[in-house]
Design a protein around this ligand. Structure first.
Ligand SMILES: Cc1cc2nc3c(=O)[nH]c(=O)nc-3n(C[C@H](O)[C@H](O)[C@H](O)COP(=O)(O)OP(=O)(O)OC[C@H]3O[C@@H](n4cnc5c(N)ncnc54)[C@H](O)[C@@H]3O)c2cc1C
Ligand SMILES: NC(=O)c1ccc[n+]([C@@H]2O[C@H](COP(=O)([O-])OP(=O)(O)OC[C@H]3O[C@@H](n4cnc5c(N)ncnc54)[C@H](OP(=O)(O)O)[C@@H]3O)[C@@H](O)[C@H]2O)c1
Length: 250
């Protein structure tokens, strides 16, 4: 059986000139929220493939992917040009360990993200598991500019479905707003503003933290959390921090 299935674009949302969501119909194998698949296009006689997290929860169709157009990127400028009715390749099998089954129990689940790293949490938080296992979920989305705070409709729905248990914290680093926390995630943990906004403490005895997005953010956030006594989670040595990098640091 081929590892690739044909996917058909059935919806497209352009949030900004660089941030795009594609909805795709494709017969993929069952996956777990938090996993990714690969999308590919045949370009100049070569199949160019990259990993993308599922934004849709496993039980919902169509599939959805959220990406930033990387200037001079090999694949994303071509993905951006796809329109409803066009085709792309989707890897049949999802993979990855950034899933709640790998996260130990705690009182609060913190989901820390930058840029398109937020998308994976839209899949995870639209399954029953986080709400069965944690008292509260805090989702932080760090972006450069306020217009990059996307998916407000789905986030509002999640809040409505779990009243009093979902805290959404937008962060904007490159312009002033009257609603978002300023700066970056590690700084907001260090100066206490993130916990103040969430109304709960980040502490090893109560917190589980999943971090996804810019690898420098993942590294710097982990370092700040480790200074607070939280440890990286490993199956052999349970801890508090589970991470996913979308690319390698320079
Ligand atoms: C497990 C996993 C899941 C991923 N899921 C997503 C996803 O859901 N959405 C998504 O946009 N990307 C995601 N990525 C990144 C994606 O696979 C590609 O690397 C990205 O779309 C760039 O592809 P490209 O061919 O255009 O750029 P390339 O020619 O491959 O250039 C790669 C460079 O682009 C930059 N870059 C890559 N990804 C990003 C990003 N997300 N934000 C900012 N800069 C980036 C980095 O500088 C990187 O070195 C994921 C990566 C991994 C490993
Ligand atoms: N967003 C745009 O308008 C834009 C424009 C041109 C090109 N691009 C390209 O598009 C790609 C994605 O851009 P993006 O804006 O989605 O993602 P990004 O560069 O990862 O920025 C998202 C957020 O992460 C923060 N961040 C960066 N490094 C961090 C660290 N070490 N610790 C904590 N937070 C950190 C940024 O803060 P800071 O603002 O402080 O860095 C920003 O708030 C990049 O390749 C970028 O070069 C984006």
């Amino acid at each position: 059986m081929s590892q690739w299935v044909a996917g058909r674009i059935c919806g497209k949302r352009c949030w900004t000139e660089k941030l795009v969501s594609l909805q795709v119909e494709a017969e993929v194998a069952p996956f777990v929220a938090g996993q990714f698949t690969r999308l590919a296009l045949d370009l100049d006689g070569e199949r160019v493939a990259r990993p993308y997290s599922f934004v849709n929860p496993p039980q919902e169709r169509p599939l959805e992917f959220y990406f930033v157009v990387v200037p001079d990127g090999r694949l994303t400028p071509h993905l951006e040009r796809l329109e409803p009715g066009d085709h792309l390749w989707v890897a049949r099998q999802g993979s990855g360990f950034f899933v709640l089954q790998e996260v130990p129990d705690g009182r609060e689940l913190w989901c820390l993200s930058t840029g398109t790293g937020m998308g994976v949490f839209l899949s995870i938080l639209r399954t029953p598991e986080p709400w069965a296992r944690f008292e509260r979920v805090i989702l932080v989305h760090g972006v450069r500019y306020a217009r990059e705070l996307t998916y407000g409709d789905i986030l509002a729905d999640i809040g409505r479905q779990h009243p009093g248990r979902f805290v959404m914290i937008p962060m904007v680093s490159r312009e002033e707003t009257d609603f978002a926390l300023p700066g970056r995630i590690p700084g907001a943990i260090e100066n206490g503003s993130l916990e103040e906004r969430a109304g709960v403490q980040l502490a090893p005895e109560r917190s589980q933290v999943m971090i996804c997005g810019n690898p420098d953010m993942v590294r710097d956030t982990r370092a700040v959390l480790e200074r607070r006594g939280l440890r990286r989670h490993r199956r052999q040595a349970p801890g508090h921090i589970t991470t996913e990098n979308y690319w390698r640091s320079a």
